[in-house]
Design a binder for this molecule. Structure first.
Ligand SMILES: [Zn+2]
Length: 547
């Protein structure tokens, strides 16, 4: 029994071991298959994820390229997609950009018009106040003539957009070495330059239904602070900067390469609504408005004020806005002696430049230029401003095309899109705005149309109080300006003769200009418009004289 049992046991052990080995082999195979399967799935997932990620990267690049292309920067759009050239969507896009680029034409700087606005009136009942002994108050005529309302501004943008206008940067027209720019736009589009004057929110604007300062929202974007009639503080798009920013966000093809406007700043009441001038710090030679303001703000901290203003200025520049000098004291650069211009320029550099940075653009206050075009480059004032780094010079000129590129300077007249100009178009048959918009489509129904309020002789102003709602330095400037004859002279000459012929020869597009003039002489109502358009530049100078 014993001997028989052993082999049986051995046999059992052997088959058990075989079974065990087989089991192990099977298990091993199973795990290998499982491992391979896992690798396959993981590999597929990895490849799929990688592909998805790559697709996301490519489509994000396409989105970015589209944003550049919609603002006519086809070269940048194509360079953004260069490394993904094998992708079929990218190929389609590259073809699209290339086709659009070939459909553009070069824009001559001489064919570009330049328009400007002041701070916008949010509440016409306060801005154009019709209360007071004479039917309105002292500030009403000035606000009627120089200001545009928020509704009018929005309507003007819409009309200009519909007519194919595209906003370009002044420096896109000409670089600092005076080489003409290389703007290219689709054949159906027209370029224009925009500037904003006096964005300081002067004390004289208080309680006139305009914004009171520019501030930054939680996305670091410029918006306005605005006080309602009841004194409620609001923030939002209550002036040209955030309104234009918003319009371009909604209509990106309104801006060439992301261009915005140029903000022309004085310094005597600070900048952008911040009381940054050293007068407020030192409390020396304060005028009544400044005294009142400091009394109302006992916690005023000048350093903090400057810091805030610098932050806003930085954000504006980041968003594509530029700054220009508008002279520190809103002086008449033509009438002020050279020494006065030098003192004023030094003040701008000491008090405004630390806030907004250096600029080589000067936009003359009152629209008043420094010299006649034929002696521009040889005048002492030009030589001085040039030595101070200024290269871009702008006055006010109602005509459409006024660009001049000299050997060492760029010069452009600007068109006031304000109440005065709109009144002339609506009631006196002026055709000076016809290329930009239909005044009947944009005129704010809350804007008064009393003729006296748009009378440039200043009778309406004098009959009310005799003081413009201006700060003392401004009033001083105005009273020192005396008669407007020299003003007219400097204005009309600055935009005519040689500058004209030069700009026209460079643009070859004087026809629209001469058309606007000649067409205005054909009927009785037209002859009125001709006289107004004939004296456009001097009118403009006067109409913009206070702000
Ligand atoms: Zn001004």
């Amino acid at each position: 029994m014993k001997g028989r049992r052993v082999p049986l046991k051995n046999n059992n052990t052997k088959s058990g071991k075989r079974k065990k080995r087989k089991k192990i082999v099977l298990k091993k195979r199973f795990f290998i298959i499982l491992f391979l399967l896992f690798c396959l799935i993981a590999g597929s997932i990895f490849a799929f994820t990688r592909h998805q990620k790559q697709e996301r990267i490519i489509h994000a690049a396409i989105d970015k390229a589209d944003q550049a292309a919609v603002q006519y920067d086809y070269d940048r759009a194509m360079s953004l997609l260069k490394e993904y050239g094998d992708h079929k969507d990218v190929q389609k896009k590259l073809d699209e950009y290339s086709e659009k680029k070939s459909d553009t034409r070069k824009i001559s700087p001489g064919s570009v018009t330049h328009v400007f606005f002041h701070s916008l009136v949010v509440d016409p009942t306060r801005g154009f106040s019709l209360t007071g002994k004479s039917g309105w108050d002292a500030g009403t005529p000035g606000f009627c003539q120089w200001m545009t309302t928020v509704n009018e501004f929005n309507a003007i943008l819409e009309e200009m957009y519909d007519r194919g206008y595209v906003l370009v940067d002044i420096k896109d027209l000409c670089d600092k070495d005076m080489n003409p720019g290389t703007i290219r736009l689709p054949k159906s589009k027209k370029a224009f330059v925009l500037s904003l004057d006096d964005l300081s929110y002067y004390h004289s604007y208080d309680n006139r239904g305009t914004a009171s300062k520019l501030i930054l929202n939680n996305k670091n974007k410029p918006v306005c602070e605005y006080y309602t009639k009841e004194g409620t503080r609001k923030t939002g798009a209550y002036d040209a900067v955030p309104l234009l920013d918003r319009f371009i966000r909604e209509h990106p093809d309104f801006s060439y390469h992301g261009a915005k406007g140029t903000i022309a700043l004085t310094g005597y009441n600070g900048v952008l609504g911040y009381r940054t001038d050293t007068t407020y710090r030192d409390e020396t030679s304060l005028d009544e408005d400044q005294k009142k303001w400091l009394e109302a703000h006992p916690d005023f901290d000048w350093e903090k004020e400057c810091k805030e203003a610098r932050k806003v200025a930085k954000a504006l520049k980041k968003d594509g806005w530029r700054f220009a000098s508008h002279t520190w004291g809103h002086i008449r650069a033509g009438q002020t002696p050279l020494e006065g211009l030098q003192r004023d320029t030094e003040k701008w550099k000491e008090r405004v430049e630390p806030i907004v940075g250096k600029t080589d653009i000067i936009i003359f206050a009152h629209g008043e230029d420094i010299a006649l075009p034929e002696v521009y480059a040889t005048s002492d004032k030009f030589k001085y401003l040039s030595s101070e780094g200024y290269r871009y010079f702008c006055n006010v000129d109602g005509r459409r095309l006024t660009t001049v590129i000299g050997d060492s300077y760029f010069h452009q007249g600007r068109r006031n899109l304000d109440g005065y100009r709109m009144y002339q178009a609506k009631y006196n048959g002026s055709s000076m705005l016809d290329d930009l918009f239909d005044v009947n489509e944009v005129w704010d129904k809350n804007r008064p149309s009393n003729e006296e309020l748009y009378d440039l002789s200043g009778k309406s102003q004098k009959s009310t109080t005799g003081t413009q709602s201006q700060t003392s330095s401004d009033t001083k400037n105005q009273s020192s300006s005396g008669s407007s004859s020299s003003d007219n002279k400097s204005q009309s000459s600055s935009g005519s003769s040689s500058s004209d012929s030069k700009s026209q020869s460079s643009s070859g597009s004087s026809s629209s200009d001469s058309k606007s003039q000649s067409s205005s002489g054909s009927s009785s109502s037209d002859s009125k418009s001709q006289s107004s358009s004939g004296s456009s530049s001097s009118d403009t100078a006067k109409s913009s004289s206070a702000t």
